[in-house]
Ligand binder design. Structure first.
Ligand SMILES: [Fe+2]
Length: 531
């Protein structure tokens, strides 16, 4: 079916309301009712995110033909901004609709909708759906955050990262959604920008067999992921906080430095396209709208007096990878102290100076009992000894920015931050790490705890190769790269219960789930403890 046939047919009145720029909600509501569709436009489902005590963001994107990759008709949409209305209810069947509103799906943002909802009650679920003409979306469930001053006894959340569509099915997402946590945190690599042309055992393929590099390319990639039924189910059931890692743009990029040495100006054009498509597909507030190649995703959210989450951006502001040099050292690589003294330069930052200061200030002021730092790449020291006995460090994670890591850990100690725990993705394997005051002294005090979640599907590093490194890394209390899944956490006043959840087989559409390992952090006692 051509895009013309499936684009909305607006009544004259609706068109006037929709194209009139600033329109009042009642007019948009009426306009939304007048839109006619030949195909249901809600093929990409719904999502909620950015929770506050009085609301959240509700998201959808009009996409009657999600696999229409014509850049002039993204997902089958053409024409002017299109009005969409929404309903919010207090019950799952939506019998008690108490709020109706409307928003415009703007072609400049791929006809996505980001409705910022306020005035709700704290700490409870709501249900919602979108409506355009006779078309209705599926019903989603969204949670508001508990009020900041609430003495909260418990909070349940999960976190996930690294969902390579080509490497498997998203069963882990389905099982995560079944838990109905209060919150899900995405730690990056929500999409993979490249088409895997090397692996011979792909489970399924990206529709476009080239790297996403342009706005249409990134949009199409997100649309393909969002058609996945497990991912749709996850977004419909949970409220999200979302940051990114590298693959939302390009493998191992750092700020304006591409791993393939692209001219920075050209790379920033690509980054702008990737950031824009990220915004278009995520339940983010308008304050996160990108400005060219810049986009503010780091954020802080409070959940009663129990929890504050600092969600970081580890890509946009970082110093270039240490010893960035041809022929093949644009992205991550191993360097020893002797081969790359630049790595140790205290001027290097993974977060950039402004975000570092923002993080330190927030942590120092936080009244929450637990302070989680949710971010993309491994923070713990990890020594990788080669055959010659030299210790190498991976330049793409915090091991490439050791002075910045020391600054952060010192700040946690000096500001007496209450129960700091780092949540990490990126490395496609489960880890439980003690973050030490001095990593060279195994008896040095533990300052904080790091739990790394494995990938949803993306291939992990060699288990045997990494296990050989472990004698040089006694602060790594657990490691396994042979599983895919996610991390499920029940946070209580006296302890944090961490469960590594593993799917039976990421290559199996109907994979089951089981508890793989569990750990505890006790209130006031940083470090990994047995469950
Ligand atoms: Fe990844």
């Amino acid at each position: 079916m051509s895009s013309k046939q499936s684009s909305p047919i607006l009544t004259r009145r609706a068109f006037v309301a929709a194209s009139g720029g600033l329109v009042l909600a009642p007019a948009v509501l009426r306009a939304a009712a007048g839109v006619q569709w030949k195909i249901n436009p809600f093929s990409l489902g719904v999502a909620s995110g950015s929770p506050s005590p009085d609301g959240f963001v509700l998201w959808t994107r009009l996409a009657p033909e999600p696999e229409n990759y014509d850049p002039a008709a993204p997902a089958g949409m053409t024409g002017p901004a299109t009005p969409v209305s929404y309903e919010i209810a207090r019950d799952p069947q939506m019998k008690t609709v108490f709020r109706r509103g409307a928003a415009m799906a703007d072609p400049a943002y791929a006809y996505s909708v980001h409705a910022e909802i306020g005035g709700l009650e704290p700490g409870r679920p709501y249900w919602y759906r979108f409506i355009s003409g006779a078309a209705r979306s599926n019903i989603g469930r969204a949670m508001t955050a508990p009020a900041a001053q609430t003495a909260l006894e418990q909070m349940r959340f999960c976190y996930a990262s690294c969902a390579n569509y080509e490497h498997g099915y998203f069963s882990a997402y389905r099982h995560l959604a079944d838990e109905q946590p209060d919150l899900v945190i995405f730690l990056g690599d929500y999409i993979y920008e490249y088409a895997d042309l090397r692996s011979t055992d792909l489970v399924r393929a990206h529709s476009e067999k080239t790297d996403a590099k342009t706005l249409p390319g990134y949009r199409n990639r997100y649309a393909q992921y969002r058609v996945d039924p497990d991912l749709q189910y996850l977004h419909a059931e949970t409220t999200a906080m979302i940051t990114w890692d590298d693959h939302e743009v390009q493998n191992d990029y750092a700020n304006q430095s591409s791993q393939d040495f692209a001219d920075p100006a050209a790379f920033l054009v690509r980054r702008a396209a990737a950031y824009r498509a990220f915004y278009e597909h995520m339940p983010l507030r308008a304050s996160a709208q990108p400005n060219g190649a810049m986009m503010h995703v780091y954020d802080r959210m409070r959940f009663g007096d129990l929890l504050e989450v600092s969600l970081l951006d580890g890509r946009q502001y970082r110093s270039r990878e240490a010893c960035y040099r041809r022929p093949d050292k644009g992205g991550a690589h191993l360097e020893t102290n002797a081969s790359c003294p630049e790595r140790l330069d205290p001027a290097r930052s993974l977060l950039g100076n402004a975000q570092e200061q923002w993080l330190y200030d927030g942590l120092a002021k936080s009244p929450a009992r637990w302070n989680l730092i949710a971010q993309d790449v491994m923070m713990s020291v990890f020594r990788q000894k080669n055959a010659a006995g030299e210790i190498g460090y991976w330049t793409d994670d915090w091991n490439g920015y050791p002075a910045a890591r020391t600054r952060l850990l010192q700040h946690l100690e000096e500001s007496r931050v209450s129960n700091p725990v780092v949540l990490t993705g990126d490395i496609h394997s489960f880890w439980a790490n003690d973050l030490k005051h001095d990593f060279d002294d195994p008896n040095s005090p533990t300052v904080a705890t790091e739990f790394i979640g494995t990938s949803i599907t993306a291939h992990g590093p060699s288990y045997d190769a990494f296990m050989k490194y472990m004698p040089d890394n006694p602060h790594v209390r657990f490691f396994d790269s042979r599983k895919h899944g996610y991390v499920s956490v029940t946070l209580e006043r006296e302890r944090m219960n961490v469960r590594f959840q593993a799917v039976s087989d990421a290559r199996d559409k109907d994979a089951g789930i089981s508890l793989f390992r569990s750990f505890v952090v006790e209130n006031g006692k940083p470090g990994v403890a047995p469950a």
